[in-house]
Design a protein around this ligand. Structure first.
Ligand SMILES: Nc1nc2c(ncn2[C@@H]2O[C@H](COP(=O)(O)OP(=O)(O)O)[C@@H](O)[C@H]2O)c(=O)[nH]1
Ligand SMILES: [Mg+2]
Length: 358
């Protein structure tokens, strides 16, 4: 099969997956991505299927924090007025959209209430539709898809603090590439902890892709150097590099990331094609803080926002776009291998603003 190691590759420091001829371990779990079977108590609500159904399910907490609360404020107040907008402002801040971005949204709503003469109106649909389209404008971006090189491989450097989901996102990405018929090489350049290397190796197995590992404590740049050579010889389409979330201090980490990027760029002009910052949505405004620190120092070109499932803080995605103008390229919506989805604003908004059926 296409990811099988050939003779030439076997001389390179690549580990190949053990289950070469089997589908990824989690593939058989893919069905579970659809909504679970109906329980008797839920039987009245028709289940939504496909990507929208998955988003609708996983973004429930964020939807409750934004849409459900907006509706309940309206129901309590009975009409659109200044008090309602004040209360809505507090709600959106609590949903982790962020103070500045919320202020801009509320100002926009106030203007629209005025221009469209909606003061005193009882049109709740107008209110949620106007909010939805204002958010839609904020999260709009043209640079959503991953940049690729004109020649193989396209190289992606994945950065972010510990625990945000870098290694998991890399495994999921590699699996995604493989299901598209592409050959991916993942690189364990987080040599700070042995466990981090082992964890990536497990993902390589699951995703059925090649891996280059460094020894614990090895110079990450030298691991990356080996990896880019391995990728050239192995004709990989994609190289995805896992990095440490933390070194002895922050300056050290940023220096190391810069060094890795230079090593890659020397071997493949134009690479890394993306520096992807991984952020954990459930940390809300902290994620925005981290984004500021990383973008200041290492030229982040895209964001992977993980753990959007089960958090009420998904609104942070709006603040990230509005404040940083860096596109979110993927969202993580669960721990399974197929729980990373390209971020599509329209589907996301629809899932965030679709009313629950009763
Ligand atoms: N619910 C959920 N958990 C996730 C997601 N992404 C990662 N995780 C979990 O977050 C934890 C840390 O992930 P890991 O990839 O080791 O983070 P790293 O330190 O940045 O490499 C693990 O338990 C993952 O299973 C996601 O999208 N949703
Ligand atoms: Mg890791």
């Amino acid at each position: 099969m296409f990811w099988k190691r050939n003779k030439q590759q076997s001389e390179l420091p690549i580990d190949t997956p053990r289950n070469n001829d089997k589908p990824p371990a989690d593939l058989s779990d893919a069905d579970q991505a659809s909504p679970p079977a109906e329980s008797p108590s839920e039987s009245k609500a028709p289940k939504k299927r496909g990507l929208f159904g998955k988003l609708f399910d996983r973004l429930r907490a964020s939807r409750d924090a934004i849409l459900k609360k907006t509706i309940s404020i309206f129901e309590r107040r009975g009409k659109i007025d200044d008090d309602l907008l004040d209360e809505l402002e507090e709600t959106l801040i609590t949903a982790d959209i962020g103070v500045e971005t919320t202020t801009r949204l509320i100002d926009h709503l106030r203007d629209q209430v005025k221009f469209q003469k909606k003061k005193g109106s009882t049109d709740i649909n107008w209110l949620t539709d106007t909010l939805q389209s204002a958010i839609g404008e904020m999260i709009d971006s043209e640079k959503r898809s991953l940049k690729t090189g004109t020649e193989k491989p396209s190289v992606y450097l994945v950065v972010g603090v510990n625990g945000v989901g870098k290694t998991t996102a890399i495994g999921k990405l590699a699996w995604r590439f493989r299901s598209e018929g592409k050959k991916a090489l993942i690189v364990a350049a987080d040599t700070f902890r042995a466990a981090a290397i082992d964890q990536l190796a497990i993902w390589a197995d699951r995703a059925g892709c090649d891996i280059v590992k460094g020894e614990e404590g090895a110079d990450p740049s030298s691991v990356v150097y080996n990896a880019v050579h391995a990728a050239r010889a192995g004709q990989h389409d994609f190289v995805i590099i896992d990095t440490a979330g933390r070194l002895h201090n922050r300056a050290n980490l940023m220096q190391e990331l810069g060094k890795m990027a230079r090593v890659i760029g020397r071997e493949f002009p134009g690479a890394p094609h993306e520096t992807l910052l991984v952020l954990d949505a459930s940390t809300g405004q902290n994620a925005l803080q981290q984004a500021r620190q990383f973008t200041d120092t290492c030229g982040v070109t895209g964001i992977i926002l993980t753990k959007m499932d089960g958090t009420a803080k998904g609104g942070v995605i709006i603040g990230i776009h509005d404040q940083l103008k860096i596109p979110v390229k993927f969202i993580g919506i669960g721990e399974k291998i197929d729980d990373l989805e390209p971020f599509e604003p329209e589907a996301f908004l629809k899932a965030l603003f679709e009313r629950e059926e009763v």
